[in-house]
Write a protein that binds this ligand. Structure first.
Ligand code: MN
Length: 198
């Protein structure tokens, strides 16, 4: 079995002006596709070959090619999903309650922005669900994912933000904080709530 590039739920220009169409197109058709292709090559003929992407990420991270490309495939699929044109303003439902317990939406934004901005080099910022239903904020290097046993933050990923330069450089150049600030207006909190409840 091999993984396929999941369908993008909106047009390349749908997140303009916060994320420009050119970046979106290259990011999806070149970077994301590349992770999927390289993952398929890395798992071919191994015991990961017919597992779900989630299980590949959880179980395969000891192999560098699987770790980097499995993480890349999962992280990007999730990233596209948890954004929507115009965003959906603020957290809803159970994830709202968990964020309220965390310290509130403003504290989440502050901590998440800090995690994204202080991640040196390439990586991701995360909001994760812990096993007790609480949420935490952190970041990982490269294409590491909180489902991997040694990623530096663990839990079920609810929100992930790609802070690789390929995600923002065409529009924002070195101004990562501006890109991070714009991201909050794109989060699809209904989808995040769905992830929280799954
Ligand atoms: Mn990326």
């Amino acid at each position: 079995m091999s993984f396929e590039l999941p369908k993008l739920g909106y047009a390349y220009d749908a997140l303009e002006p916060k994320i420009d169409a050119r970046t979106m197109e290259i990011h999806y058709t070149k970077h994301h596709q590349g992770y999927v292709n390289n993952l398929n090559a890395a798992i071919q003929g191994t015991d990961l070959d017919n597992k779900s992407l989630t299980d590949v990420v959880k179980e395969g991270s000891g192999n560098t090619a699987v770790r980097n490309n499995g993480g890349g495939a999962y992280n990007h699929a999730m990233f596209w999903e948890i954004m929507t044109p115009g965003g959906s303003s603020e957290p809803v439902g159970n994830v709202k309650a968990a964020i309220d317990n965390y310290g509130g939406y403003e504290k989440f934004k502050e901590d998440f922005a800090k995690a994204a901005q202080t991640r040196f080099g390439s990586g991701w910022a995360w909001l994760v669900k812990n096993s007790d239903g609480s949420v935490s904020v952190g970041s990982t290097a490269n294409q590491d994912n909180p489902l991997m046993p040694d990623a530096g933050i663990s839990g079920f990923p609810l929100v992930g933000l790609d802070v690789w330069e390929h995600a923002y450089y065409l529009k924002y150049q070195n101004k990562r904080p501006d890109y991070v600030g714009a991201f909050f207006d794109l989060i699809n909190w209904d989808k995040v709530e769905e992830r929280y409840n799954q």
